[in-house]
Structures are given as structure tokens and as C-alpha cells.
Write a protein that binds this ligand. Structure first.
Ligand code: WQD
Length: 343
């Protein structure tokens, strides 16, 4: 059996898909999650998919006492994949202190614990939002970081810098930040997927909820951008492709293959799709006409972004393989078959 990996936020959207891939790769997994934006039933579904039930501890990482107790109980953690964070762009604008307190303190407490309990490696869940609106596309890892358009994005940028500084001051700690573009889709089993509590901020869950009748119509936030069809462009990537790159990043660190104590990689497909292209593709794969209205721009949205993925392709020996059809079909299947309708 390989090493034990701690996955914080492991009952969340990307976290749960990553736990499945870790178990499939024969890793022992333990999850820390406070269930503030996910459900314990995700653990049962991970068991159904993999045949193995990961260990699970329910608490918030801001509680240093509970985190210390955790590391006294689990003394065989060889790497941490850190997903746990508040992640709504809109909510972060309304409640910035919640985001700075939760996202920064969680990360700082974890890094403290890594030093105290000799855990050498961290893979950090970052986001393309650190780039703001890039000047040049596709955006590379060395594009200048702009002030993100939300406190959420700012916490990602600040956490990357905190982690980098800790690796500089601790030669026995190494880390990799993965800058996701737009994660969408669900597991092929439809047993796990994106469980957004309340009204979804993001495009694809709103589309599937409109398709199934929970929402009356999709609001398209602006069609007057400088893009071929006037709607925004994003680099959508299947959540399982994202899960897979975490295994590659953990193995790079466990195998001491990293070329620096702190590395960071774009995690995208390298292909941008507009909001209208996503709508048309959803209609194609679902066979349903989508009800939508063109409204004004959403404050804080950038116009267009897609990734230069060559660094991750080469260094992590990883390429995203799933196309937009599969992303949207798995999202639609998840909506139809397994999302508890009362959420
Ligand atoms: C995509 C496009 C909207 C909803 C954010 C975070 C990013 C990551 C993914 C966490 C935009 C349009 C959306 C709707 C719409 N999150 N849209 N109608 O804002 O690119 O990225 O979520 O890591 O870090 O920044 O994703 O899905 O909200 O929006 O027209 O009901 O879809 O205007 O152009 P975004 P999104």
C-alpha cells in the first residue's frame, strides 16, 4: 500500500473526485472537511465507486487544537492535498472577512502543522483567477499576476505566496500549486458531482438546473464582449482530468522529481469555449432546448481566458483528455440521476 494522503475539503466537488482517483491509485486517504459546503453522504458514494471508504474527520482547519489532535492521531501522512476553502466569488465580495479568515487561517495552520509534524509535501488548490484578465492568451504560468477581481481570488494569490515563502524558509517542505481553469462535469458513475448548495453562481450547474426545471431560464451575463459571439470565453476542464493531475503532482513530490521547492502549473485544456458554445453543446448532448435570456454583464467577470498547458503537459506528464461534450454530458447525467433534488 502506498503512502497516506491527507485531502482537506475531500467531500467537496474537486476533492471527492480526487479522493476517488487516489484510492484507485492505491493510496490510503484521510479526509478533513467541516461539511460547510458538502455532505457526509459523499463518503458513502466514494465507497460505492471504489470499494474503499476513506477515513474522515469533521472539523474546520482554523481550529488549531483539533488540527494538532488530528496529526497526533494520523502519524503517517506523507503529503497533503489542500482543497478546503470557501469558494464563492460572489459571496466573497459580500463577506470578505469570512474569506480572508477561513482561507488564509486554514492554510497557515496547515503549514504550521507540516513543520511541527514533519509532513514534507503539499499540493495546493489554486485558480486561474490569480491572472485576472491576461494581456496575452493563452496565458502562461509566468504571466504577471493581476489583482484578482474578488476577495476569493485574492485569498488564492495570497496563499500561493505564503506557501512559497514557507518553502523558502523550510528546506524540508516542498509544494506545488495547481491553477485550475473552469472545472465542470461529474464522475461517470453520476454518484459524485458538483453539489452547489443554494443558487449556483457557476455557469454549468445553472445550465443543468435549468435543463431539469429547477430554474426557469439561464441568465447569460452579457453578449457585448470582444469575442466571436459576444459572450465570455473560458477554458472548461473536466473534473476528472483535474483529479488526475493531482495524482501526478503528489507523485512528483513523493518521488522528489520537483525541480524547485515551490512550483506552480496551469490546469486547463488549452481550449477556450464561449458561453453560447457551452449552451449549444449542452443542447446537443442533452437533446433539450435550453431556455436563456441575454442580460447585462456580471460585475467582476473577465472577458476571455484559456491556458497555455505546455508546462504541466511536459513536467507532470499530464494532458486533459475529456472534451466539452463529455464534460456536459456527465454534468447532465449527474443532474438527472443523483443530485438530491432538495438541495
Ligand atoms: C463562467 C462564465 C459568466 C453563470 C469562477 C471562479 C474560478 C472557479 C470557477 C473556483 C462567465 C457566465 C455564469 C450564469 C452566465 N472557481 N455565466 N450565467 O466566473 O469564470 O470562474 O468559477 O475555483 O476561480 O472565478 O465561472 O461559471 O461563474 O462563469 O452567463 O448563470 O459564464 O458571466 O462569463 P468563472 P462561472
Amino acid at each position: 500500500m502506498k503512502n497516506r494522503i491527507l485531502v482537506t475539503g475531500g467531500t467537496g466537488y474537486i476533492g471527492s473526485h480526487t479522493v476517488v482517483e487516489l484510492i484507485n491509485a492505491q493510496y490510503e486517504v484521510v479526509i478533513i472537511d467541516d461539511l460547510s459546503n458538502s455532505y457526509a453522504s459523499v463518503i458513502d458514494n466514494i465507497l460505492k465507486i471504489t470499494g474503499k471508504k476513506p477515513a474522515f474527520e469533521q472539523f474546520n482547519l482554523c481550529d488549531k487544537k483539533l488540527l494538532d489532535q488530528f496529526f497526533k492521531k494520523y502519524t503517517d501522512i506523507s503529503a497533503i492535498i489542500h482543497f478546503a476553502a470557501s469558494k464563492s466569488v460572489n459571496e466573497s465580495v459580500e463577506k470578505p472577512l469570512k474569506y480572508y479568515r477561513n482561507n488564509l487561517m486554514s492554510c497557515i495552520n496547515l503549514l504550521d502543522a507540516m513543520r511541527e509534524y514533519s509532513v514534507p509535501y503539499m499540493v495546493f488548490s489554486s485558480s486561474c483567477t490569480v491572472y485576472g484578465q491576461p494581456e496575452k492568451l493563452p496565458v502562461t504560468e509566468y504571466a504577471p499576476l493581476q489583482t484578482p477581481s474578488s476577495p476569493y481570488g485574492n485569498t488564492k494569490q495570497i496563499c500561493e505566496k505564503i506557501i512559497q515563502d514557507v518553502t523558502i524558509s523550510n528546506e524540508d517542505i516542498s509544494a506545488i500549486s495547481l491553477r485550475y481553469f473552469n472545472p465542470i462535469g461529474a464522475h461517470t458513475s453520476s454518484l459524485i458531482g458538483e453539489l452547489s448548495t443554494g443558487t449556483p453562481d457557476n455557469l454549468v450547474p445553472y445550465i443543468t438546473q435549468t435543463g431539469i426545471g429547477i430554474r426557469e431560464f439561464l441568465r447569460v451575463f452579457g453578449n457585448d464582449y470582444d469575442t466571436p459571439d459576444g459572450t465570455c470565453i473560458r477554458d472548461f476542464i473536466h473534473v476528472i482530468d483535474i483529479a488526475d493531475v493531482h495524482i501526478k503532482a503528489v507523485e512528483r513530490l513523493l518521488g522528489n522529481k520537483n525541480k524547485a521547492q515551490y512550483e506552480f502549473f496551469n490546469v486547463g485544456t488549452g481550449r477556450g469555449y464561449s458561453v453560447m458554445e457551452v449552451i449549444k453543446t449542452f443542447e446537443k448532448v442533452s437533446g433539450k432546448k435550453l431556455n436563456y435570456k441575454i442580460l447585462g454583464r456580471r460585475p467582476g467577470d473577465i472577458e476571455k481566458i484559456w491556458a497555455d498547458t505546455s508546462l504541466a503537459n511536459k513536467e507532470l506528464e499530464w494532458v486533459a483528455t475529456r472534451d466539452l461534450d463529455e464534460m456536459l454530458l456527465t454534468a447532465w447525467n449527474w443532474e438527472k440521476h443523483y443530485r438530491p433534488v432538495n438541495i
